[in-house]
Design a protein around this ligand. Sequence first.
Ligand SMILES: O=P(O)(O)O[C@@H]1C[C@H](O)[C@@H](CO)O1
Ligand SMILES: Nc1nc2[nH]cnc2c(=O)[nH]1
Length: 266
Amino acid sequence: MTPYEQAEQAAATLRELTGVERHDVALVLGSGWLPAAEALGEATADVASTDVPGFSAAAVAGHSGRIRSVPTGPEGATRLLLFGSRTHYYEGRGVDAVVHGVRTAAAAGCRAIVLTNGCGGLRETWSPGTPVLIRDHINLTGASPLVGANFVDLTDLYSPRLRELCREVEPGLDEGVYVQFPGPHYETPAEIGMVRAIGGDLVGMSTTLEAIAAREAGMEVLGLSLVTNLAAGISGAPLDHTEVLEAGRAAAQRMGDLLARVVPRI
Ligand SMILES: O=P(O)(O)O[C@@H]1C[C@H](O)[C@@H](CO)O1
Ligand SMILES: Nc1nc2[nH]cnc2c(=O)[nH]1
């Protein structure tokens, strides 16, 4: 079975388990974003990801192995498919596993996807808890979810329309270029120097491969980073995942409010 057929199968299972024929917008919660999801409203279905073909249990603290169907917006007209966790490239399950959720969202009918993550920031003004819109990305994984002569265009990959919408909701939102490293180790200070030299503003371990698969599937993409720490070498302090989750918890109200105001308007 091809990865695309597996996504169709997963979408069929989700239709069955959620009772929702078609979802409109997908949301992938990155590290630290879980508490923000509470602000999005009551789920009408909450499914264990392991009950859906092709998904595995959450492998990273701060991610929940749940997939929820949440009616949002006026009269709940916008059906949100919320992924409480993602598969990371560093888990070693292959790129198809990393983008399975994206492909499943497209097969479930979603016309847009919001990819969130927790990441390191290269600007000293971005204190932990600062949300940053992803304007563009640099994929340093050396991998792609695409195979063969599948020459997908990536200009304007991170929807200018959706970024504008976010700025209407929160005018002061900054933008930046997100750089995905393979992980799971964090960067060295020298690598952060390289990121600065090549025009990166944010460093993470997810999102870019998912965004490419979303573009291939024809979904509009919004990337939202939560800066959880200053990138390696900037503050001199060591990096750790608990700090990432703490920053997410502290920013949950603000992130949840932002998502709750943006998602229904996508
Ligand atoms: O799922 P995301 O990219 O938000 O998780 C980030 C990157 C690593 O998985 C982890 C490192 O702390 O947080
Ligand atoms: N690659 C990377 N991922 C992160 N996720 C949260 N913080 C960081 C970071 O500093 N670097």
